[in-house]
Design a protein around this ligand. Structure first.
Ligand code: NDP
Length: 451
């Protein structure tokens, strides 16, 4: 086989832009990873010759489909659904479903690309995928959400399966939505298989799955702090978001003796100088899931708490920041403000919450900075454990799953150190995660030849 001409990073990113017009999030995610991979593969001819990175940055397939449903007033509504199957070199496609009006093909392609590296980092046999729809569950009745989920699954079921592609939850997709979708899959196929994760405990779900992403974010933080002989106790922590990841990250911080002072949603953030303790976290969980309420109402419920409309929490002084809402929520200016106010560690719960400028600021300040693909991998890791339990038709005890999660987060941290440690001791967790995640997928692809 003739050797392929090498391109440099700039030419590579230009090519990605050209082939994916109007997809800024996808280009951003590929750019961030490619910068590290280009250095790593510089002297590794095989990866160049077989165009491995170029191939990982081209999804195996993108399925897009119409989702029609009827609202409570009898109006016919039309949404667009997608499933992006990015890469299944090391296992069935695996990744969440997002229901949010901001969902586009670009957002899902970036998430599926990131998921490929994240799943590889867990050490479990899972490829990368992601899906969702531009549907807004907010303000919809349970029956409307059910009809939407059933319609969505009526198309999706042909593309997924326990050994093919196993979706899970993400923004806007929690236990309620997974239940409706699993019910519809079962009805259409007449099969009870582990086709979705994040299921209820009554029908094949795993203990600790609900908590896993948020808990994992803090376990990763703990691993990073331990490299400095430090811990979570006594730290003031700023958290964004108030959904699944944010509330469970906050819960773990409180368990370990830290003080959480903020939470947020898309309308603004609350600051509680007294600290958001377990009782308050329980209130937020019930408020957001059962009552489908807004975080602004926290300020009316708890004395001394303030609501800051239309703002993000990054101006609040803290030792640790945990962005757990959505992509690009920390800009270069936000990152600079965090550092100026004393923030020394960032562990990402959301996917790509820090933009390229922000990442540059954190790296230049040489703080402990964990990218989501490493620090939020606990969720998909326990999803992988849910798949194992489903295949074996058994359920593990809470302590067993907790221990496995703790071990997996420690191992991911170790893999980041292996490829991310500089000669002077500084750990570039972004580089470590990118290279460790890439290597396993790349080597599997080399084994398969050109397919
Ligand atoms: P939820 O739907 O439970 O919560 C999302 C939270 O983020 C809500 O508080 C929501 O506020 C806020 N949010 C969403 N979009 C925006 C926006 N554009 N601007 C500001 N705030 C916003 O989702 P999750 O907690 O599950 O997911 C949060 C992040 O974590 C996402 O990036 C997701 O991809 C990532 N993640 C989740 C995993 C999981 O297991 N659930 C696994 C790994 C990563 P509002 O209610 O106003 O929309």
């Amino acid at each position: 086989m003739a050797a392929t001409e090498h391109v440099d990073l700039e030419q590579f990113v230009e090519g990605v832009k050209r082939r994916n017009p109007g997809q800024p999030e996808f280009v951003q995610a590929v750019h961030e990873v490619a910068a590290d991979i280009f250095d790593f593969i510089q002297d590794k001819e095989q990866y160049h010759r077989y165009q491995i990175l170029r191939r990982i940055a081209e999804p195996d397939r993108v399925v897009s489909f119409r989702v029609c449903w009827e609202d409570d007033k009898g109006n016919i509504r039309v949404q667009r659904g997608w499933r992006v199957q990015n890469n299944n070199s090391i296992g069935p496609y695996k990744g969440g479903l997002r229901f949010h009006p901001s969902v586009t093909e670009s957002v899902l392609k970036f998430l599926a690309f990131e998921q490929t590296f994240k799943n590889s980092l867990t050490g479990l046999p899972m490829g990368g995928g992601k899906g969702g729809a531009n549907f807004n569950p907010k303000g919809k009745s349970d029956h409307e959400v059910m009809r939407f989920c059933q319609s969505f699954m009526t198309e999706l079921y042909r593309h997924v399966g326990a050994d093919i592609d196993v979706p899970a939850g993400d923004i806007g997709v929690g236990a309620r939505e997974i239940g409706y979708m699993f019910g519809q899959y079962k009805r259409i196929t007449n099969q009870f298989t582990g086709v979705l994760t994040g299921k209820g405990l009554e029908y094949g779900g795993s203990l600790v799955r609900t908590e896993a992403t948020g808990y994992g974010v803090v376990l990763f933080l703990q691993n990073m702090l331990e490299t400095k002989r430090d811990g979570v106790a006594g730290k003031t922590v700023v958290v964004s978001g108030s959904g699944n990841v944010a509330t469970h990250a906050a819960e773990k911080i409180v368990q370990l003796g830290g003080k959480v002072v903020t939470l947020s949603d898309s309308e603004g953030f609350i600051y509680d100088p007294d600290g958001i303790d377990q009782d308050k976290i329980n209130w937020v969980k019930a408020h957001k899931t059962k009552r489908r309420g807004r975080i602004s109402e926290y300020a009316a419920e708890f004395r001394n708490a303030e609501f800051h409309a239309g703002r993000k929490p990054w101006s609040v002084p803290c030792h640790v920041a945990l962005p757990c809402a959505t992509q690009n929520e920390i800009s270069g200016d936000d990152a600079t403000m965090l550092i100026k106010n004393g923030c020394a560690a960032v562990s990402e719960g959301a996917n790509m919450p820090t933009d390229l400028a922000g990442i540059g600021v954190f790296k230049a300040a040489r703080i402990l900075y964990a990218p989501g693909k490493a620090s939020n991998a606990g969720g998909v890791a326990v999803s992988g454990l849910e798949m194992s339990q489903n295949s074996a038709r058994r359920s593990w005890k809470e302590g067993e799953v907790q221990d496995l999660l703790t071990g997996i987060m420690r191992d991911i941290h170790g893999r980041c150190l292996e490829y991310g440690r500089d000669r002077d001791g500084y750990v570039d967790y972004v580089r470590g995660a990118n290279i460790a995640g890439f290597k396993k997928v790349a080597d599997a692809m080399l084994a398969y030849g050109v397919v």
